[in-house]
Design a protein around this ligand. Structure first.
Ligand code: NCD
Length: 300
C-alpha cells in the first residue's frame, strides 16, 4: 500500500518526480478533476495550514470531503484511532489524512488499512508533506539541493519538521546544520551545530522553528525576550545573511521569539510561499497515492 508516512520511505527519483508533479500544478491553473472519490482529514492535534491546505488540495482536485471532527466524534466515547480509521474506510473514504500526537501512530494502521494514509504529522516524529513543501520552496529558489547550506534553528529535538527535513535534505545533497539551544539536540545532531552568529553568515536557508511547548516534559525557564536575543533571528543578524539567502518557517510563528516581527514579511522571507506551495505538493501527493491505489485518474 502506498501510504505517505515518513520521508525515509521516498527514494530520490520518487522525490524528484513528486516535486515535478507539484510544480506542474503550480504552473498550470487548469484543474484535473478526479472521478468521484472521497477524502477524510482526521486531525487530532491543532492545525491551520496543514488541514486547510489539504482541504484546498482535495477540492482543487475535485475530491469530495467526508467531514470528521475529533471533538464531536466517537473518539470522545473512547473509540480507538484504529477503529475510527477502519470505520472511515468502511464508509467509503478513498484516502485519509491523519495528524496525531502519538509518534508513529501509523505503525498499528499501515498493514491493516487498505486505503492510502497520508501522515499530516505524528507527535515529534515525521511530517512528510511539510518536507515536500519545504523542498519545493528550496528547489524553486536554488534549482537544486546539492551543496545548499540549510541551517535548521530552534527546538530541533521536538520538531517533526526538523526530523523529516534533516534526513531528506541531507540525502538530496544539501549541507544541513543545526542551531539553537544545545539542550534540544541529541548526539546525532551535535556535530552539525553552529552558533547563531555564524549560522546567519553561512546559510543559504535559515529554517526557523517554533518552540514546541506542548511537547516539553519540563517547562522552559528562559523567557521569550532572552530566547529571541540568544537563539532567535533578529534584524541585526538577518542583515549579515548572504545576498540571496532566504528565511523559512513552517509556522505558526511566535513573532519576536524565534523570528523578529519585521522579518516575517521581509523580502528574504519565503514563509507565505511555503504555505502556497503546501497546496501544490499536497495535490501532488494525493494524486500520487490515489493513482497508485486506483489506477489512472485522468478523466479524459
Ligand atoms: C508544524 C507542525 O505542526 O509540525 N506546523 C505545520 O504543520 N505547518 C510546525 C509547528 O507546529 O511548529
Amino acid at each position: 500500500m502506498s501510504h505517505v508516512l515518513t520521508m525515509e520511505d521516498w527514494g530520490k527519483q520518487e522525490i524528484h518526480d513528486l516535486l515535478h508533479k507539484a510544480q506542474c500544478f503550480a504552473d498550470n491553473p487548469e484543474k484535473y478533476p478526479f472521478q468521484r472519490l472521497y477524502a477524510a482529514n482526521l486531525f487530532f492535534e491543532p492545525s491551520t495550514r496543514t488541514k486547510i491546505s489539504f482541504e484546498a488540495a482535495e477540492r482543487n482536485l475535485g475530491l469530495d470531503l467526508l467531514h470528521f471532527e475529533a471533538d464531536t466524534s466517537s473518539v470522545k466515547k473512547g473509540e480507538s484511532l484504529y477503529d475510527t480509521v477502519k470505520t472511515l474506510e468502511s464508509i467509503g473514504a478513498d484516502v485519509i489524512v491523519i495528524r496525531h500526537g502519538k509518534e508513529r501512530y501509523f505503525d498499528e494502521l499501515r498493514d491493516h488499512i487498505h486505503i492510502p494514509i497520508i501522515n499530516g504529522g505524528d507527535g515529534c516524529g515525521h511530517h512528510p508533506t511539510q518536507s515536500f513543501l519545504d523542498l519545493l520552496t528550496i528547489k524553486q529558489e536554488f534549482g537544486m539541493f546539492e551543496n545548499i547550506k540549510v541551517v535548521i534553528a530552534g527546538d530541533i529535538f521536538h520538531s517533526r519538521v526538523a526530523r523529516s527535513n534533516m534526513e531528506v535534505l541531507e540525502r538530496l545533497g544539501a549541507d544541513v546544520y543545526v542551531s539553537g539551544p544545545k539542550e534540544w539536540m541529541n548526539e546525532e545532531m551535535l556535530p552539525r551545530y553552529v552558533p547563531m552568529d555564524e549560522a546567519v553568515e553561512l546559510a543559504d536557508v535559515m529554517m526557523m522553528l517554533r518552540i514546541q511547548h506542548e511537547r516539553h516534559a519540563v517547562k522552559m525557564v528562559a523567557g521569550p525576550e532572552k530566547y529571541h536575543e540568544r537563539y532567535g533571528l533578529n534584524e541585526e543578524k538577518a542583515s549579515r545573511m548572504k545576498k540571496n539567502s532566504i528565511i523559512m518557517h513552517p509556522a505558526p510563528i511566535n513573532r519576536n521569539v524565534e523570528l523578529a516581527d519585521a522579518l516575517v514579511e521581509s523580502p528574504r522571507s519565503r514563509i507565505f510561499k511555503q504555505m502556497k506551495n503546501g497546496v501544490f505538493v499536497r495535490m501532488a501527493v494525493l494524486w500520487d497515492v490515489l493513482e497508485k491505489y486506483k489506477g489512472p485518474l485522468w478523466k479524459r
